[in-house]
Design a binder for this molecule. Sequence first.
Ligand SMILES: *Cc1c(COP(=O)(O)O)cnc(C)c1O
Length: 388
Amino acid sequence: MKQTTRLVNFDSFYQDEGVDQLKTINPPVYRGSTVLFKSFEDLTLANTGKYNGITYGTDRLPTQRALEEAVRELEGGALTRTFPSGISAIINTFLAFTSSGDHVLVCDNAYGPTARFCNEVLTKYNIQITFIPSASGREIETCFQDNTKLIFLESPGSNTFEIQDIPAITSLAKKRNIITVLDNTWATPLYLDPFALGVDVSIQSATKYLSGHSDLLMGTVTVNKKYAEPLQHFYRVTETYTPEEDCYTALRGMRTLPLRLRQHERSALEIARWLESLPSIDQVIHPALSSHPQHHLWKRDFTGSSGLFAFVFKQEYTQKKLAEFVNSLQLFGIGYSWGGFKSLITAGKHNRTQESEYTGRTVVRLNIGLEEPEDLMKDLESGFELLK
Ligand SMILES: *Cc1c(COP(=O)(O)O)cnc(C)c1O
């Protein structure tokens, strides 16, 4: 056999060496478009849709399947599918469960790109969007129309952390056969159980806590039994591919999720309470603080809090002053995303479709990482000195 041929058939050699039988604790990472059939008969079965094995890269390779199963377990749902980012998971959820002519309700504090997709893309397909107040509860009923198909919630919502009355909303939705979706990235399934509260579709930006190390983008969609078949079918038809290396890394991150989350929670609360005691700070927006407007809902529905929260100063500083403060920080990286081991800061003027107490004010958002809270507080304290 020629060397060229041998190189091309390298796989048959390592199979002969018995490498196939190797069993590691973690699943192997498969890279691949083509999946080889054992025989022409199998190919024929695949052509008719009756083949039981994996047919192609987009048919969810084993590492992706392992991650999906792990997330499904964690969520306690009926079916999980993965997507190449959190926003991709959100977009595909809208596409899977809405049709032209439908009406959709979206909470006003949803992640910015979620709202943008609704406004700029969903509307192109004749889907009507209504933004509902960030802290909505049973009064949401007044927004229902005959064609209301889906309610999209994010609780606590991005940047301002308002909490919705999820069980009140889901019980109303059930009566009208409206599908409810929750972006549960902040709490993860460990601190909020969406299915127990009547939610139909639970979304995670696995980019955040599930992976936990700021080294990948990933989203997951988990559904209850009622929506398992439609999601499975949609995923098969749209053939989304989630990179296998990222599935592997996300799965590895998930092993330490409870430990990391517990530490994020403890550190963030310590820092939030300290910030609340400072005279220069008007309000610390953290659902686990009794000063939070929907603290009673957090206490009722959640079993913990995570490491992301925000605060507003008593006075509005100039952009220059604000820049001095943010740039001076040694331990807080300036950047988007969160849920990783490193502390991060973002700040900006609050802007939403509906007026709120934060309208026009600068909201500073902190992602508390795994550093010692004492060091983080020292860092912030030095920064605050510059604002005096
Ligand atoms: C970051 C984020 C997303 C999007 O996740 P990506 O993986 O960055 O696309 C969705 N929802 C919330 C609440 C987020 O914070």
